[in-house]
Design a protein around this ligand. Structure first.
Ligand code: SIN
Ligand code: CO
Length: 384
């Protein structure tokens, strides 16, 4: 049983300069760097203590509920294996050129989830996960680019990052990883523990561990692809759409080209799609449900203790967001207005509620909170 926390980490203030961003305020960072240009931050987290030891990271990689990969570079080739890995299956620590990557650590460890809260100057809908890598001397994943924004926090050991925009994005053939075949660096930085590098999408990078025992945390963001998102929303909206109107063709003349599709049928289909898309509330619901859907490997634990009206906090795995009329939690949407909506929005933003606020909730809101407690989505937050 993990000890309960009295409060959740607070949300960064937009206009307050922070060491995390090299003395920039989140507002300035978003204006100048986000999706635009890299930022190297020396001493972003000066006294940061690793959230877990190498041994603990290796045992996470042995768990089949955790997504992990092992990448090894032996001239001239690369190998990639997917976990789980028993510790004995990993190469010896002294062997050069290998790295273990563990994905979604924030869904397994409260402290990792807390670290991500420092980055909540970016909407939750964009936050993806915390990946932790451990590398032996010379280890890395090769020169590549990602489609998403990332903060690369050096936690132990040293890593040399070479970064640059690329004209030539051709990939090395016959390699199980996406490795740029003609990577050219524009900048080079050696990162020490506490240093951090922000990279916008499509900035190529190559990080090589220097001297071994190198741990890097990647705070990764996600961005939906327009076509994929539209398809998913359309499917959900179609499930809710009830329009049994039948196509009618009273003025259809006799035809001598019976295989030709009637233009009126195409117009009928287009009209149906337009009516479906005009359901703005259904669209808003579908979007909130999609964005709060838990990740595929996420399971919630049985509740600890018995439900009672008191301080609450969201489980680290819970995704909760809202719009003007709804609150969404773990893929489910609820209409909310007035004081209950304000309470739910506070819960979504702060990820916790004090007992006094919970005590003021309506019967309907309390019933929902109890359901979510029983599903393991939120926890009682008794000071430990
Ligand atoms: C790593 O931590 O080795 C890889 C991170 C990245 O390149 O995105
Ligand atoms: Co990368």
């Amino acid at each position: 049983m993990t000890p309960a926390r009295a409060t959740s980490p607070s949300i960064p203030l937009p206009h307050e300069p922070v060491a995390l961003l090299g003395g920039l305020s989140p507002a300035r960072f978003m204006q100048r760097h986000w999706q635009k240009k890299p930022l190297l931050i020396r001493n972003a987290l000066p006294d940061f203590v690793p959230l877990l030891s190498r041994k603990a990271l290796f045992s996470m990689a042995a768990d089949d509920a955790v997504e992990s990969r092992l990448i090894e570079h032996k001239e001239p080739g690369w190998t990639l294996r997917h976990g789980p890995f028993s510790t004995r299956a990993l190469p010896p620590l002294k062997r050069k050129g290998w790295t273990l990557l563990v994905q979604g650590v924030d869904t397994h460890l409260d402290a990792a989830h807390d670290l991500l809260q420092r980055f909540r100057f970016v909407p939750d809908a964009r936050l993806d996960d915390l990946m932790i890598s451990w590398a032996s001397d010379g280890g890395g994943v090769g020169p590549h680019f990602d489609s998403y924004d990332v903060f690369l926090l050096q936690v132990s050991g040293q890593r040399r990052w070479r970064i640059g925009r690329q004209k030539d994005l051709s990939l090395a053939p016959g390699v199980p990883l996406k490795i740029l075949s003609r990577f050219e660096a524009e900048e080079e930085h050696l990162l020490n523990p506490g240093d951090m590098l922000y990279l916008p999408p499509r900035w190529a990078h190559d990080g090589v561990a220097e001297g071994g025992d190198c741990m890097t945390y990647s705070i990764g963001f996600r961005a939906p692809q327009r076509g994929g998102l539209a398809g998913e929303l359309l499917q959900r909206m179609a499930d809710e759409f009830e329009d049994a109107t039948l196509y009618a063709d009273r003025s259809q003349p006799a035809t001598s080209t019976p295989a030709a599709l009637p233009p009126a049928l195409e117009a009928f289909a287009a009209d149906g799609l337009q009516r479906l898309l005009a359901q703005r509330q259904t669209l808003a619901c579908a979007l909130g449900e999609v964005m709060t859907e838990p990740k595929p490997r996420v399971w919630f634990d049985q509740p600890e203790g018995v439900w009672s009206i008191g301080a609450l906090r969201l489980d680290r795995r819970t995704r909760m967001m809202y719009d003007d009329r709804h609150v969404f939690i773990n893929g489910e949407g609820f209409l909310a207005g007035g004081a209950d909506a304000r309470l739910m929005r506070r819960l979504a933003n702060q990820r916790c509620l004090v007992a006094r606020d919970v005590g003021k909730a309506s019967g309907a809101a309390l019933a929902l909170l109890q359901d979510w407690f029983e599903a393991g989505w939120l926890k009682l937050n008794e000071p430990g």
